[in-house]
Design a protein around this ligand. Structure first.
Ligand SMILES: CC(C)(COP(=O)(O)OP(=O)(O)OC[C@H]1O[C@@H](n2cnc3c(N)ncnc32)[C@H](O)[C@@H]1OP(=O)(O)O)[C@@H](O)C(=O)NCCC(=O)NCCS
Length: 166
C-alpha cells in the first residue's frame, strides 16, 4: 500500500461522492459534513480545498493513486495561533487497514514540524471507539469527556477531547 497526502483534485469527484455518501461516516463527524453527500457537495469541497493557499491544511488521503478519504487541520485562533484541531475520515471499504493511523501520524508530524503547532486536538463522539484508538495509537492523550456537548442525529451526546502537545 502506498499512502500519500495531497490536495484534492477534480478527478477525485466520483470517488469522493461514492465514499463520503455514507451514513456510517456522517454519524461520526460534526454536522457540517453533509448527508446525503451530493455531487454539489463534492464539487464545493474540491473547489474550496483547491483554492487553499500555503501552508496546505486539507488533504486527500491517496492510497495507490485513489483518493479514499480526507484529513485536515483547522486553526483555533480563539485558543492561540499555534493551536489546531485535526479531523479525518476513511472510506468504509478501506477501514481496518491502518490508513487513518498512518494519515494521522503524517499530519501530526506536519503540524509540529511544518506549522509550528504547540497543540493539536481532536474531538471524538464518545461512541467512536475506532477513532479514539487511532488517536491513542498516535500518542494523543484523552484530556476529558465533554458531557452532553454535541448533538448528532437528534441525540445529545458526550464528546472526548484528545490532544497532543509539542
Ligand atoms: C475512524 C476511522 C477514521 C478509522 O479509520 P481506519 O483506517 O479504519 O483506522 P485504522 O485501521 O488506522 O485503525 C483503527 C483502529 O481502531 C480499532 N477499532 C475498529 N473498530 C473498533 C471498535 N468498534 N472498538 C474498538 N476499536 C476499534 C481497530 O482495531 C484499529 O486498531 P488496531 O490497529 O489497534 O487494531 C474510520 O472508521 C472512519 O472514517 N470513520 C468515520 C469517520 C470518523 O469517525 N472520523 C473521525 C472523527 S473523530
Amino acid at each position: 500500500m502506498r499512502l500519500i497526502l495531497r490536495r484534492w483534485r477534480e478527478a477525485d469527484l466520483d470517488s469522493l461522492i461514492r465514499l463520503a455518501n455514507n451514513r456510517r461516516i456522517w454519524i461520526n463527524l460534526a454536522d457540517p459534513f453533509p448527508h446525503p453527500y451530493t455531487h454539489a457537495d463534492g464539487q464545493g469541497w474540491i473547489a474550496l480545498t483547491a483554492a487553499e493557499g500555503d501552508p496546505q491544511l486539507q488533504f486527500a488521503i491517496d492510497v495507490d493513486g485513489q483518493a479514499i478519504g480526507g484529513i485536515g487541520l483547522k486553526r483555533l485562533p480563539e485558543q492561540h495561533p499555534q493551536s489546531l484541531e485535526v479531523g479525518y475520515w476513511v472510506g468504509e471499504p478501506y477501514w481496518g487497514r491502518g490508513i487513518a493511523s498512518e494519515a494521522l501520524a503524517r499530519v501530526t508530524e506536519y503540524a509540529f514540524n511544518k506549522l509550528g503547532a504547540e497543540r493539536v486536538q481532536a474531538q471524538v463522539f464518545a461512541y467512536n471507539l475506532a477513532s479514539a484508538r487511532v488517536l491513542e495509537k498516535n500518542g494523543y492523550t484523552l484530556e476529558g469527556r465533554l458531557r452532553r456537548a454535541a448533538r448528532k442525529d437528534g441525540q445529545i451526546i458526550d464528546k472526548l477531547m484528545y490532544s497532543i502537545i509539542a
